[in-house]
Design a protein around this ligand. Structure first.
Ligand SMILES: Cc1cc2nc3c(=O)[nH]c(=O)nc-3n(C[C@H](O)[C@H](O)[C@H](O)COP(=O)(O)O)c2cc1C
Ligand code: SF4
Length: 459
């Protein structure tokens, strides 16, 4: 807790400046500058508000296992970062939101919280100055397995006891346990008798678990140390996960800036079975990277310039024997099932794209109409969307279809490979990825069938 003790003898504003100077970018996927986020939440927190610090430990991105690996090995760094956030905003409430199925992580978190409590680290000198003085409280929330739980506003809904349905407003405008009128999904305070005496929006800082650990590192070692790794725009270390057609599935920490092919070779022992790399996905939020771009340095800017993205550094490698239309089907299927249905173009659009891809992959005879369906739905799938999920569908599926036209042509001639999987990871054991096979039975209403679900015929 060296970083925390140093910070507690300094001002919150100067600590936010330090985080900004270090250039920490969120590790949850979008790479948003953490210092800027904390500055906004600190400014948005009114005298009557109670600000919250929320640790997003819901890790659900396919091909990503980094937050679970971190929480198992060093939950203290994550908690230290969250306690530093309490000092900066200021806030007296931390919520750690993880999944009920993440047993090892829950045990590690709870043990660390107990130890820090006993050691007196929750007795902050100025915690929650804008509300009431006293000790910082840490709540651990055990949420459901759905992908959308990791989306920051859906995460707040779950913390409040609701389903993971994204809200209209972001957490810095509309936080936790607010008493101001809600514009989100669930009904809030009834204003029919006039406005409540006190309108609170209780802004929340929501950061990825790894991001908080980076804050602790910077407060301990300084901005220059952090910037000694990576690039100007993407400084620091990163916990990467590599799965797919590699000899060894792995999760490991690297300095940003190394070439992706070198990292695949050194950490994952290279592509499996004498294959070469045909494509790499970075989770399901960025365009696909083609094999000839695999020498790209792992930074936000280099991967974006190559037409891909860093995301949450979960790299899924596909070998040269794969047909990428089979992969597109798995991605679209995942996003369709996980879409919550609050926005009709998202749920119906991802459905029709999935059904068209499914026909290409699984059916004997496929009409060329399926391509027209995909193109038409791709244009409207993001209409009136509350969250980024349908943009992911649009960006990733379009990139696969555009970059692998021969694979598309091939699927009009022969069957697809239904054994291709999208690694929704449960574990990585001895270099092998354990994948959630139940997802093939998950229906689009989030219930489970006893057999794999198809979308190109009536469910
Ligand atoms: C569909 C969807 C799923 C997401 N899942 C996660 C997740 O599992 N973990 C996470 O940290 N961020 C996830 N995010 C990103 C969060 O909404 C948010 O941007 C992030 O927690 C912010 O933290 P950071 O600034 O530290 O990156 C998801 C976003 C979307 C749109
Ligand atoms: S865009 Fe899709 S996933 Fe996001 S809230 Fe709307 S229906 Fe749900």
């Amino acid at each position: 807790m060296t970083g925390l003790s140093t910070v507690r003898s300094d001002s919150g504003t100067r600590t936010i400046d330090l985080i900004g100077r270090a250039g920490i970018r969120g590790r949850g996927g979008a790479g948003f500058p953490t210092g800027r986020k904390w500055h906004s939440v600190s400014s948005a927190t009114g005298q009557d508000d109670q600000a919250f610090i929320v640790v997003n430990a819901a890790e659900g991105e396919p091909g990503t296992f980094k937050d679970r690996a971190l929480l198992r090995s060093n939950p203290y760094a994550v908690l230290e970062g969250a306690l530093i956030a309490c000092h900066c905003i200021p806030s007296a409430r931390i919520v750690i939101a993880t999944k009920a199925s993440y047993h090892c992580e829950l045990e590690a978190i709870r043990r660390a919280v107990n130890e820090l409590t006993l050691a007196g680290w929750l007795e902050a000198p100025n915690a929650g100055l804008r509300t009431s003085p006293g000790a910082i409280t840490i709540d651990v929330v055990e949420g459901p397995d759905h992908y959308l739980y990791g989306e920051e506003s859906a995460l707040l809904e779950v913390i409040e006891g609701e389903d993971p349905l994204p809200r209209h407003l972001p957490p810095y405008e509309y936080g936790l346990f607010t008493t101001s009128p809600q514009l989100g999904w669930s009904a809030g305070s009834d204003l029919s008798d006039g406005p409540p005496a006190l309108l609170r929006s209780n802004p929340a800082v929501v950061n990825n678990a790894e991001t908080f650990a980076h804050v602790a590192l910077v407060c301990r070692h300084g901005a220059d140390w952090y910037r000694s790794m990576g690039s100007e725009q993407s400084p620091g270390p990163s916990i990467v996960t590599i799965t797919g057609d590699v000899n060894r599935a792995v999760v490991a920490e690297i300095g940003l800036g190394h070439r992706l092919d070198a990292v695949i070779d050194e950490l994952a022992d290279g592509p499996s079975s004498g294959r070469s790399v045909k494509a790499v996905l970075s989770g399901v939020s960025n365009p696909v990277l083609t094999g000839d771009q695999v020498a790209t340095p792992i930074t936000h800017e280099h991967l974006r310039a190559a037409g891909g993205g860093l995301g949450s550094a979960g790299f899924i490698v596909y070998g040269d024997d794969r047909n990428m239309i089979d992969v597109a089907y798995q991605v679209s299927r995942f996003l369709h099932v996980e879409s919550c249905g609050q926005c009709n173009p998202c749920k119906t659009g991802t459905h029709d794209i999935t059904a068209a891809l499914e026909a290409l992959v699984l059916d004997d005879r496929t009409s060329s109409d399926v391509v027209a369906t995909i193109q038409r739905r791709m244009q409207t799938v993001t209409d009136a969307s509350r969250c980024y999920l349908p943009s992911q569908e649009q960006i990733l599926i379009a990139s696969i279809l555009n970059r692998f036209p021969d694979d598309l042509a091939r699927r009009f001639i022969d069957h697809g490979d239904s054994s291709v999987v999208l690694p929704k990871l449960i574990e990585i054991v001895d270099g092998k990825a354990v994948i959630d096979e139940a997802h093939a039975r998950k229906r689009s209403d989030w219930t489970y069938s006893s057999t794999p679900v198809r979308f190109s015929s009536v469910e």
